[in-house]
Design a protein around this ligand. Structure first.
Ligand SMILES: C[S@@+](CC[C@H](N)C(=O)[O-])C[C@H]1O[C@@H](n2cnc3c(N)ncnc32)[C@H](O)[C@@H]1O
Length: 205
């Protein structure tokens, strides 16, 4: 029997939810861990010793991946609107990245530490109003890019989560001004129904 569209999408959602189980087994706080792992398998930007900032870090699975790989080497700074349970080796700030005051707290912590990597999984709460949600994520993407441009070392790397929609192409064009090569990709661990897409800026100019 030919599968209906609904059962096909149910099946792919079911398969991608295998990531929830896998996350539980591996001890990750969220299935999002696999998006970072997949991105790194593709572009190889994680190192055993780095200075890295993780924006939109809660509940903490990306920071867990970093902390376990780095094992006390380098520095991991993480920031989120929401509180995050502590992770050994991760210096966490709770605050809204859109606020100047919060940016200044992070910059003060960094002191003169220039970064090898900035990763951002920040996403606003979905309101259901598509244009407002899209504008919200693009704004966070722009703030993350500005921060990355200011704080990355030359040749540093940038990974940011966005949504396909209005202004996404303009955003990618903007990222291309600052990085030698820019890729967009959707990890297998990202739910099919989601418009989420990642932008990877390799090697800051
Ligand atoms: C998809 S979750 C991140 C998951 C995380 N990467 C992990 O692996 O556990 C998106 C996060 O972005 C955060 N966020 C959204 N808007 C933010 C803002 N303006 N400032 C800081 N964090 C924000 C949310 O609170 C949420 O925890």
């Amino acid at each position: 029997m030919k599968r209906s569209k609904t059962s096909k999408s149910w099946m792919s959602e079911h398969v991608s939810d295998a990531y929830v189980k896998q996350a539980q087994i591996a001890g990750y706080r969220s299935r999002a861990a696999f998006k970072l792992i997949e991105a790194n398998e593709k572009y190889q930007f994680l190192e055993k010793k780095m200075n890295v900032v993780d924006l939109g870090s809660a509940p903490g699975s990306w920071s867990q991946v970093l902390a376990s790989l780095m094992d006390g080497n380098g520095n991991i700074f993480a920031l989120d609107l929401l509180d995050m349970d502590p992770i050994k080796g991760v210096d966490f700030i709770q605050g809204d990245f859109r606020e100047q005051r919060v940016l200044e707290i992070l910059e003060k912590k960094l002191d003169k530490t220039h970064l090898d990597l900035v990763i951002s999984d920040m996403a606003p709460n979905i309101s259901g109003i598509k244009s407002a949600d899209q504008a919200g994520i693009i704004y966070l993407n722009e703030l993350a890019l500005q921060f990355a441009v200011d704080w990355l070392k030359p040749k540093g790397n940038f990974l940011v989560k966005s949504f396909i929609g209005a202004e996404f192409d303009d955003y990618v064009r903007e990222v291309k001004k600052y990085f030698e090569t820019v890729y967009t990709f959707k990890p297998k661990s990202s739910r099919n129904r989601s418009s989420e897409i990642f932008v990877y800026g390799k090697s800051k100019i």
